[in-house]
Design a protein around this ligand. Structure first.
Ligand SMILES: NC(=O)c1ccc[n+]([C@@H]2O[C@H](COP(=O)([O-])OP(=O)(O)OC[C@H]3O[C@@H](n4cnc5c(N)ncnc54)[C@H](OP(=O)(O)O)[C@@H]3O)[C@@H](O)[C@H]2O)c1
Length: 275
């Protein structure tokens, strides 16, 4: 997910390189690589499956795995940057969620992510928990078609469906902000430069429903596919999601991060690189 500043040596580990729930393997990897900072993008993200099948796998990866990483990082005196989600909120607000708003997850996935961010933050004041929302961006797994799971990258999912079908049903009552990983990366480096960690929200600017987001994807990619807006109730996903989960970036701005651009400009750049 992170494009590092030039000159930074980066080692990316996939699940087959390192299972974050294996404490000894995590200790060994950190002892071997001796990183200056560890970014954890590993997660159990199957939101509906977690709801239907129970919390065990989600908690194992999203909480126990973070505990293994947090402990190893603390031993090595290395900050951990852990990624969390807008799904820690219940969506009852109608103004952007701040870091000091009470987190009340509606789903098993959201609860497991809240546990993980608390574990990371409790382990060291140098650790970060960064809540992001509706991630999209270049992904080696999506590009290679190597992932067996449904893509969590909404524009890529829509483009695949839009090229297969004449219409797609998309929820029109969940509001949030798409976030472009190449825009998040420099913002996160800026936060890291401060030295202190903490809980931060980061996303692109402005908000949109999923249905209008899908329409923007099709318009920008010139794909002819009708978006049929449906309510979350009609759609009937297993896991409840927040109706409103826009993240306020004010705290990050106060820490020196420049406001991220409008999500639509970021989406246009992403789509232009694909088509
Ligand atoms: N996608 C979104 O819209 C969104 C929104 C808000 C927050 N987030 C957060 O952002 C982060 C990245 O999300 P993403 O959508 O980019 O995730 P993703 O594409 O699903 O990637 C997660 C990765 O974690 C790996 N993984 C799972 N269990 C592991 C384990 N035990 N050890 C090591 N690796 C493991 C997965 O491997 P396998 O593929 O082999 O399972 C996968 O490569 C997550 O923390 C997520 O909660 C995402």
């Amino acid at each position: 997910m992170l494009a590092a500043p030039s000159g930074t040596e980066c080692t990316g580990l996939t699940r087959s390189d390192l299972d974050i729930t294996d404490g000894s393997a995590v200790d060994a990897a950190i002892a071997r690589l001796r990183p200056d900072v560890v970014f954890n993008g590993a997660a159990y993200n199957l939101v509906d499956r977690a709801e239907a099948e129970g919390a065990r796998d989600a908690l194992e990866i999203n909480a126990l795995g973070v505990a293994c990483l947090s402990r190893a990082c603390r031993e090595a005196d290395t900050p951990l940057v852990h990624f969390s989600t807008d799904f820690v909120f219940d969506g009852d607000k109608r103004t952007p969620y701040r870091e000091d708003d009470v987190a009340r997850p509606l789903s098993v996935y959201g609860a497991s992510k809240l546990a993980g961010e608390n574990i990371a933050l409790a382990a060291s004041p140098r650790n970060f928990a960064i809540r992001v929302c509706r991630l999209f961006g270049p992904s080696s797994a999506d590009a290679a078609g190597s992932s067996k799971k449904p893509s969590g990258n909404f524009p890529l999912l829509m483009l695949r469906l839009g090229r297969e079908r004449d219409s797609v049903r998309v929820v029109n009552d969940q509001v949030g902000t798409p976030s472009y990983t190449p825009d998040l990366a420099p913002a996160i480096w800026k936060l890291l430069e401060r030295g202190d960690g903490g809980l931060f929200h980061l996303s692109n600017a402005e908000e949109v429903t999923f249905a209008d987001y899908a329409r923007a994807v099709f318009r920008l990619a010139d794909v002819r596919c009708e978006v049929i807006g449906v309510s979350s109730k009609e759609y009937g996903a297993a896991a409840p999601r927040p109706m409103y989960s826009t993240l306020s970036n004010e705290k990050a701005h106060g820490a020196g991060v420049a406001p991220l651009r409008h999500w639509h400009d970021a989406l246009a750049e992403f789509i232009a690189q694909l088509v």
